[in-house]
Design a protein around this ligand. Structure first.
Ligand code: NAP
Length: 436
């Protein structure tokens, strides 16, 4: 029976679900040995560095990942960067297939004046900062002003706004990065605006996230009743209201009608507000919005503007994939057809394949579809065995599954003592030490 060798690049949800789909496809006639490569010494991708710390339930999927990793045909090579430490060409030559599950790590730019002023951050920096990603541990997040603006009407914008707007004591029992939590405790921010360029009926927030807002203990959430009513009327005029939109409109109504308790912390939604310019003398001081309106179902610029004074702006308007040597990217994704990189034995799953859309579970069906294609493309003969470690430059400390298990256990133990699910370490050096 041929045992095919598969390399998976990226230890996030797409990577683990790909490994799981391969494991589930094994039979008497087909088996796989799976090597997963990850550039960090920590695993789980966005489950660790993306999912908001106050949403711990979503992170329980990590148990599935660890079950996948405990199978005998799975090996982990953490702290090994493909495209730098090992060339893609090398992997393609040694493995029957290479599956790129490298996500989308770069925040999209607005392309407006003032976007590069200090105080203007991307969610692609802010989210990994509060989640303890080593690359963002020293990010400068100015929290000394009273007002912040979050741009975008998706769930990432919602996470960013919530983290800024809630009382930081609500994060004390979470795995928020220690430095970020300390900074949030000193934050002067009391008002957080979330700005969407279209109407509430077009927002990409999902209903469960909206329905959670009135439950916030120390934060009033504000949207005008007139805005919600207008959105409802426009949605009805546009035709049949789909289920997800009906849920969102109902959630908006509940938010608008929820009595305010007079907290000094507020999160306020602004719609039909298109960012035009960030102004300030050496740092962000003001955000200028163009006012849109909806005419005949189309969003149009009225030519009018208004401004919000703020010292921190976070753009949460989507992501694109970061470049990897040896891989061709197009439109912010790995150039692929349904997950196949044509003319190669490379495949891709997750955000690197389809762009930054869907929830963690979306990657499960995505992986299963791509693994079916991968299996249908396999040659009759599997490649000969090879010791990939001989291609990893000397001096690199590989974080294998045993080593990651030690890091994971040490973080959980350190957290337990403080009543947290884990205490994240953000120094690569220390993580490697913990894995020894
Ligand atoms: P998203 O859902 O695609 O939302 C992006 C938002 O950015 C949209 O509102 C979009 O507005 C806006 N936008 C894009 N370009 C803009 C511009 N130039 N100016 C102003 N606004 C602009 O993306 P995301 O929030 O990054 O989330 C990515 C995926 O992760 C989504 O599928 C999301 O559901 C998922 N996620 C889920 C959770 C959860 O389940 N709790 C948490 C976080 C993320 P237009 O619609 O007008 O283009």
């Amino acid at each position: 029976m041929p045992q095919y060798k598969i390399a998976i690049v990226g230890a996030g949800p797409a990577g683990y679900f790909t490994a799981q789909a391969l494991q589930n496809s094994q039979s008497d006639e087909l088996s796989f040995s799976i090597d997963m490569f990850e550039r960090l010494p920590t695993m789980w991708g966005l489950v660790r560095s993306g999912v908001a710390p106050d949403h711990p339930k979503i992170k329980t999927v990590a148990k599935v990942f660890e079950k996948v990793a405990s199978e005998p045909n799975f090996r982990l090579f953490g702290n090994v960067e493909i495209g730098t430490d090992i060339d893609i060409e090398e992997l393609c030559a040694r493995y029957d297939a290479v599956v790129m599950c490298t996500g989308s790590a770069i925040g999209k730019k607005l392309g407006i004046p003032g976007e590069d002023l200090p105080g203007s951050l991307s969610a692609a920096e802010f989210v990994p900062w509060y989640n303890g990603h080593p690359d963002f541990a020293s990010l400068d997040v100015p929290l000394d002003g009273t007002t912040a603006v979050v741009i975008g009407a998706g769930n990432v914008a919602m996470d960013c706004a919530r983290i800024l707007a809630i009382d930081p004591s609500e994060l004390d029992s979470t795995d928020t990065a220690t430095a970020a939590l300390e900074a949030l405790h000193t934050s002067s921010i009391r008002k957080v605006y979330i700005a969407g360029r279209r109407g509430p009926e077009h927002a990409a927030f999902t209903a469960p996230e909206l329905r959670d807002l009135p439950k916030l203990e120390h934060t009033d959430v504000v949207i005008s009743k007139e805005e919600v009513e207008a959105a409802h009327i426009r949605a009805e005029a546009a035709g049949e209201i789909e289920k997800h939109l009906a849920s969102n409109l109902e959630a908006w109504r509940l938010i608008a009608e929820h009595p305010h308790s007079g907290h000094d912390r507020e999160m306020e939604f602004h719609f039909l507000a298109a960012p035009k310019e960030f102004k300030g003398d050496g740092k962000i001081e003001e955000v200028v919005f163009g006012i849109n309106e909806i005419r005949d179902g189309k969003v149009v610029d009225t030519g009018k503007t208004y401004s919000i004074k703020a010292n921190l702006v976070i753009s949460a308007i989507g992501y694109e994939a970061a470049h990897i040597n040896g891989i061709y990217f197009h439109n912010g994704k790995i150039d692929n057809e349904e997950g196949r990189v044509l003319g190669t034995n490379i495949y891709t799953v997750g955000w690197a394949k389809r762009g930054p859309s869907g929830v963690i579970g979306t990657n499960k069906s995505d992986a299963s579809d791509v693994v079916k294609l991968l299996i249908s493309d396999l040659p009759e003969q599997a490649r000969p065995d090879c010791d990939i470690t001989t291609f990893i430059p000397a001096g690199i400390q590989i974080v294998d599954q045993a080593s990651w298990t030690k890091i994971n256990a040490a973080e959980v133990a350190a957290g337990e003592a403080l009543g947290k699910p884990r205490l994240k370490e953000t120094s690569i050096e220390k993580l490697l030490e913990m894995g020894k």
